[in-house]
Design a protein around this ligand. Structure first.
Ligand code: BES
Ligand code: ZN
Ligand code: ZN
Length: 486
């Protein structure tokens, strides 16, 4: 974790520093020498986005470096902010290689939003899942920020959000042998209590007596018990009358079950609880920063494994809401546990239900790893708000159609519906399956393409990305009940 300190420019000590050079001559802020400015301007002429490193040696021969990041101010606000997040990730890599732990950040010709984006990129790229490694990379521990850009409180609020993103990544990166449903539920209970919110954990017995048939069926093959976690953050004077329900897929590990995943398709499936981790982190960040919105999270958790007792294709499950489901493929398990969670959430009369789930390979095939596949039912206005916000924070969503014809594809001969359709439009039929259970305005987010990057992806890093938390947090921050009413 980086410790941030605000400091007046004049006090930014003579340590290694980063300077963001927007559209003015940087002489004003840091004491650049004449030759340095000439050199900088020349570099800038050749490449408007050049990263220029100025090295200075003192009498003792000790070198301090100034990383000057030029950037082109002619982009849209969202694009220039994203560019700065990405530049920060590049710089972080250089700093790490140079074993630099302390740095000062300043700039000229940039606005606070741009500085915030840069610090966001720096913080999020400074994360490593290294607790199992003997040799750890050097990371930034302290960053001194020019106090012209923020008040302490503004910076603190951002830092709390970034910390939750890193915490989400930790949860997702832990393998199943270290983090099963029971342990994850315990961690959330502890974290929730620290944050001062209400946490309810249903154990196996309660899940059974509630007749959450979907969660019970998927859990049958597991040696571990299932859990169902409910988080509730209710501020004193919420803007919304009814809660927003966040539902997250908590498959702690997805082997596919009896329809076991072949070859290397099983790899990375520790990340199949990223939806639950994302929703928990989002709610906790909202609570940390006291957003004026009443939010609940519903998180069904189990792993999906084959065993002598595992649920099988052809099984017919009676779900929490009484719907019967024909199992066609045990690897389409996420929708089965999520359906019970959505149905359970209905009773709180949420004004909006949003789920996040690493639900389908089909979503990845459709839009790749650049964004989230989104669908909605009776939630056109919230979806429009979500789209606007998603472009702003650059965690983008692509809306897929929810035509009624897709409903035909999940009709079953032997039950009310079945858990998968045909090969085509796989992420839509998965969404349609879930929408069957939602009795309130509903948005489905398939995060399969973005939750986990096997190779380093800029400030998202390698492994769990935390993608979607900034999006949902920004959505909650701008959420206004007016968007709900037509
Ligand atoms: N967890 C997977 C989806 C997934 C795939 C997430 C790749 C991240 C990366 C999900 O449970 C699954 O296995 N879905 C199947 C559904 C099929 C059997 C209808 C899929 O997408 O192949
Ligand atoms: Zn699966
Ligand atoms: Zn899965």
């Amino acid at each position: 974790m980086i410790q941030f300190k605000l400091s007046p420019t004049t006090e930014i000590p003579a340590i290694d520093s980063i300077f963001l050079f927007g559209d003015e001559v940087p002489a004003k802020v840091l004491p650049f020498k004449k030759e340095e400015i000439a050199y900088l301007l020349n570099c800038r002429k050749q490449d408007a986005e050049a990263l220029v490193v100025l090295n200075r040696y003192n009498k003792e021969g000790i070198c301090t470096s100034i990383y000057v990041q030029n950037f082109d101010a002619n982009l849209s606000p969202a694009e220039s902010q994203e560019k700065l997040r990405r530049s920060a990730a590049t710089i972080q890599e250089r700093l790490s290689k140079a074993k630099i732990e302390h740095i000062a950040v300043s700039g000229e010709g940039i606005i606070p939003e741009e500085m915030a984006a840069f610090l966001e990129g720096l913080t999020l790229s400074n994360y490593r899942f290294d607790r199992y490694k003997a040799k750890k990379e050097t990371l930034l521990s302290e960053v001194i920020v020019d106090n012209r850009f923020f008040k302490q409180d503004e910076l603190d609020r951002s830092v709390r959000l970034w910390n939750r993103i890193c915490q989400c990544r930790d949860w997702v990166n832990e393998p199943i042998m270290a983090l099963n449903a029971e342990k994850f539920a315990n961690i959330l209970k502890e974290e929730g209590e620290k944050a001062g919110i209400k946490v309810t954990v249903f154990g196996q017995k309660q899940i059974e007596s509630l007749k959450m048939g979907g969660l019970i069926a998927v859990n049958k093959g597991s040696v571990d018990e299932a859990r169902f976690v409910i988080l509730e953050y209710k501020p004193k004077r919420p803007l919304n009358t009814n809660p927003i329900a966040l539902v997250g897929k908590g498959i702690m590990y997805d082997t596919g079950g009896l329809n076991i995943k072949p070859e290397d398709y099983m790899q990375e499936m520790k990340s199949d609880m990223a939806g639950a981790a994302t929703m928990a982190a989002t709610l906790l960040a909202a609570a940390d920063n006291q957003l004026p919105i009443h939010i609940m999270a519903f998180l069904p958790m189990t792993d999906n494994r084959p065993s002598g007792n595992a649920y099988a294709a052809d099984d017919i499950i009676t779900m929490y809401d009484g719907t019967t489901v024909e199992v066609v493929n045990t690897d389409a398990e996420g929708r089965i546990i999520l359906a019970d969670a959505i149905a359970y959430a209905n009773q709180f009369n949420p004004e909006l239900i949003i789920d996040a789930a690493t639900l389908t390979g089909a979503a990845v095939r459709a839009i790749g790893t650049y964004g989230i596949a989104a669908m909605q039912q009776n939630a056109e206005n919230p979806m429009n708000l979500l789209r606007i916000v998603s472009n702003q924070v650059y965690e983008r969503i692509a809306e897929f159609p929810f035509w009624k014809e897709y409903d035909e594809l999940i009709k079953s001969e032997v039950a009310d519906i079945k858990n998968c359709g045909i090969a085509q439009a796989g992420c839509i039929t998965a969404g349609k399956f879930l929408a069957h259970f939602a009795k309130h305005p509903y948005i489905h987010l398939d995060i399969a393409g973005v939750a986990y990057y096997p190779k380093k992806e800029s400030f998202y890093g390698v492994g769990a990305s935390g993608f979607g938390i900034r999006l949902l947090y920004a959505f909650l921050q701008t959420y206004d009940i007016a968007t709900q009413k037509n």
